[in-house]
Design a protein around this ligand. Structure first.
Ligand SMILES: Nc1ncnc2c1ncn2[C@@H]1O[C@H](COP(=O)(O)OP(=O)(O)OP(=O)(O)O)[C@@H](O)[C@H]1O
Length: 233
């Protein structure tokens, strides 16, 4: 089984409008895929469906051989916290936890992430500082101050480390660089691409501006049939 993601006959409607219609969409294990596309073309909706954060009206969604559309709410949460690192467009950190506690949170929630840290002979604390150093925020004081005192770009770097800690098998990044300066954007992409290559993680990144080095770059209109129909009009 070489497929990380298989979607068949997926439909997402809101009211009487169809927003996603995906007959078939596959991503291979370890593939690094970039998705571009117009505003409103369904990129965020697709990533949220893959993470189990949004339930479509119909369709088969298989991730690493598991039908996530057939899991209960708690099973989906367990799957997500163990297997999926999700980077939102906005930092979405927990304000009452400091930056370090935010980064460590997925390891507290998922045994699988803890086991991977043990397998890599490291600890959650050590990996948190390593990730932040790679994201050029190595000053330990920054990680212990109040989260609200960080700039939005600094908070986003914390959110990126939170998604990557414990080496999730699937990384989903939704316009993750939109709050980052150009140099940090480059640092983030090089880090994601390198991590995916080294650990055979599957990486799906949405961005309006393509970044070099991905295995495949797809426009959303190639994935979402309702976009092809929309284009005809
Ligand atoms: N909560 C919601 N209720 C109703 N419609 C929604 C909701 N969220 C998104 N939509 C609609 O679904 C469609 C797809 O939105 P989505 O956010 O997935 O697009 P996108 O390609 O990520 O857009 P962008 O590039 O602007 O981020 C849009 O037409 C949007 O208006």
């Amino acid at each position: 089984m070489n497929q990380a993601v298989t979607i068949e006959n997926l439909e997402l409607n809101r009211g009487n409008k169809n927003y996603l219609s995906i007959p078939i969409f596959t991503v291979e294990k370890g593939e690094r895929l970039q998705i571009t596309g117009l505003n409103g073309s369904g990129k965020t909706s697709l990533l949220q469906i893959l993470a189990g954060l949004l339930i479509p009206d119909s369709g088969k969604i298989e991730i690493f051989g598991q039908r996530i559309d057939q899991l209960s709410g708690s099973e989906q949460e367990k799957f997500r916290s163990g297997q999926v690192g999700y980077i939102f467009q906005q930092p979405t950190l927990i304000a009452y936890l400091n930056p370090l506690e935010n980064i460590l949170l997925p390891c507290r929630l998922s045994e699988l992430r803890q086991q991977r840290l043990e397998a890599h002979k490291t600890t959650a604390n050590y990996e948190a500082y390593q990730l932040m150093a790679a994201l050029k925020m190595e000053n330990p004081e920054l990680l212990r101050q109040s989260t609200g005192q960080l700039s939005i770009g600094q908070q986003q770097r914390v959110a990126i480390a939170r998604a990557l800690i414990g080496t999730p098998s699937l990384i989903l990044a939704d316009e993750a660089a939109s709050a980052l300066d150009p140099l940090t954007r480059q640092t983030m992409y090089e880090m994601l691409l390198q991590s995916a290559k080294e650990h055979e993680q599957t990486l799906i990144c949405v961005d309006h501006t393509p970044y070099p080095g991905f295995d495949r770059c797809l426009d959303m209109s190639k994935i979402n049939h309702s976009q092809q129909v929309a284009k005809l009009w």
